[in-house]
Design a protein around this ligand. Structure first.
Ligand code: HEC
Length: 138
């Protein structure tokens, strides 16, 4: 539990500043585990899963052209928005965090892999990685 809490603190700190280039490069390698089902970058299309450009700040289950499970749409309706924090929670064990969602992926065991992956994914998003509600207005 302490390790998880520390990871969340670190990721929150990282979210406030720019991610280190190393994490982005390492995250790109971790993304190979996702790439069978998800695309990012220019011209990314939905595959087995929705494309993940501009993921940060996206309400869960809200990509207009993707056919989500009822569970994912309901999670979004219930207030789930993708941020560094919620992605960290989801990617540990997707089936537990959004019960009944149809992403067939067991989860990532290494906290560092998740940190790096979130850093990599953030390079394809224009929104901040942190929950906008948690960031004071400028
Ligand atoms: C075997 C295919 C598969 C793999 C591998 C996979 N996903 Fe998914 N992913 C899906 C599917 C299908 C959904 C839609 C789930 C639903 O509707 O219940 C999804 C949904 C998501 C969502 C929610 C997106 C939204 O628009 O709400 C995120 C975030 C996500 N995946 C990230 C990842 C990441 C990061 C990885 C790699 C660590 C990964 N996925 C690996 C198939 C996959």
């Amino acid at each position: 539990m302490r390790v998880l809490a520390l990871g969340l603190v670190i990721s929150a700190l990282l979210g406030a500043t720019a991610f280190a280039d190393d994490s982005v490069a390492d995250g790109e390698k971790v993304f190979k585990k996702c790439a069978a089902c998800h695309a990012v970058g220019e011209g990314a299309k939905n595959k087995v899963g929705p494309e993940l450009n501009n993921l940060f700040g996206r309400v869960a289950g809200s990509h207009p052209d993707f056919n989500y499970s009822k569970a994912m749409v309901e999670a979004g309706a219930g207030g789930l928005v993708w941020t560094s924090e919620t992605l960290h929670q989801y990617l540990v064990k997707p089936k537990d965090f959004v019960k009944g969602n149809k992403m067939s992926f067991p989860g990532l065991k290494e906290q560092e892999d998740i940190d790096n992956l979130v850093a990599y994914l953030s390079t394809f998003s224009t929104a901040p990685t942190a929950d906008p509600a948690a960031t004071p207005a400028q």
